[in-house]
Design a protein around this ligand. Structure first.
Ligand SMILES: C[S@@+](CC[C@H](N)C(=O)[O-])C[C@H]1O[C@@H](n2cnc3c(N)ncnc32)[C@H](O)[C@@H]1O
Length: 284
């Protein structure tokens, strides 16, 4: 089979499929990742002969996509803020939206030295690694994650990027006592924040991602309540707590933060105008 024939064959498979969940553009990504074929090759090298193994790799990937397995899991890695991160079943795929909170912390702390930050519910380590890449090199960053599988991805990603981040396999709800009071300049978290009842309604692709990464309890705000309450004393006076939040969660999370004594609450929107990050300062 030639490259051009394979591309057209894949387009036909997608067209004929009832799953209707895969974009033609994903074929190009799959061809690039598995065969190193660039879009221009589809015109310039369309007559190139492919061997059976090459054809099979691409067809396997397409068939997994038709079963709603996320493209990122099939590829095995995904890029977040210029960092290539290993992902797979058992760890949340880093989302573009998460760069909103990371950029906010970078702009607040970029000129400061010797800061201590903890990323709670760290998953792949995307937040912690993007902070390490962009903040002063003497910053000390901890990354805390409970899930066994996600923790393995976290550690591999830290290794791949020669990171000095300190990974901790801990439960955010019980293991806060391990740190001294007034220890951190910044606590950041993108915790699970989907309401229980909304979980079954999620896109089929998202259902392949770990429930532990998504389930935010009955009202979606379980982790915000607990992190604000349990980790408050670990933040220095004047330190910042920063969360990623879901659509429509801003006022509820703001109320939780105010109740716990945080002040100067601000937010940042994502490119769709959704309030995606919320920040508060611990009073002196
Ligand atoms: C929404 S994901 C965020 C992952 C990553 N920070 C990101 O932005 O892509 C939430 C993460 O919290 C972890 N998690 C859930 N419950 C936890 C707990 N009690 N303690 C620590 N981590 C927890 C999940 O395993 C998951 O990796």
């Amino acid at each position: 089979m030639t490259l051009g024939e394979l591309y057209n064959h894949c387009k036909l498979i997608l067209k004929d499929s009832s799953a209707n969940n895969v974009e033609d553009s994903e074929i190009k990504i799959i061809l690039d990742i598995f065969l190193g074929v660039k879009t221009k090759d589809l015109i310039l090298n369309k007559e190139k002969k492919l061997n059976q193994e090459e054809v099979q790799k691409v067809l396997n990937a397409i068939s997994l996509r038709l079963k709603h397995i996320p493209l990122q899991y099939i590829i095995g890695n995904w890029e977040f803020m210029g960092l290539k991160l290993e992902v797979g079943q058992g760890v949340l795929i880093p989302r573009e939206d998460t760069s909103v909170i990371v950029n906010e912390i970078i702009s607040n702390f970029k000129n400061k030295s010797d800061i201590k930050i903890i990323d709670l519910c760290s998953g792949s380590g995307c937040i912690a690694l993007a902070l390490e890449k962009n903040l002063n090199k003497n910053s000390i960053i901890y990354a805390l994650e409970k899930s066994d599988t996600a923790y393995e991805f976290l550690c591999r990603n830290l290794d791949k990027h020669n990171s000095n981040i300190i990974p901790m396999k801990k439960n955010v709800l019980t293991d806060f006592k391990e740190f001294e009071d007034s220890f951190f300049d910044c606590i950041v978290s993108n915790p699970p924040y989907i309401k229980n009842e909304e979980l079954p309604l999620l896109q089929k692709e998202v259902l392949f991602e770990p429930k532990m990464a998504l389930d935010g309890g009955r009202d979606g705000i379980y982790f915000y309540k607990n992190i604000c309450k349990l980790w408050n004393s670990k933040l220095k006076p004047g330190g910042m707590i920063a969360f990623e939040i879901g659509k429509g969660q801003f006022y509820n999370v703001k109320k939780i933060m105010l109740n716990q004594g945080f002040e100067s609450i601000t937010f940042k929107e994502d490119i769709n105008g959704i309030k995606r990050a919320i920040m508060g300062i611990k009073s002196f």
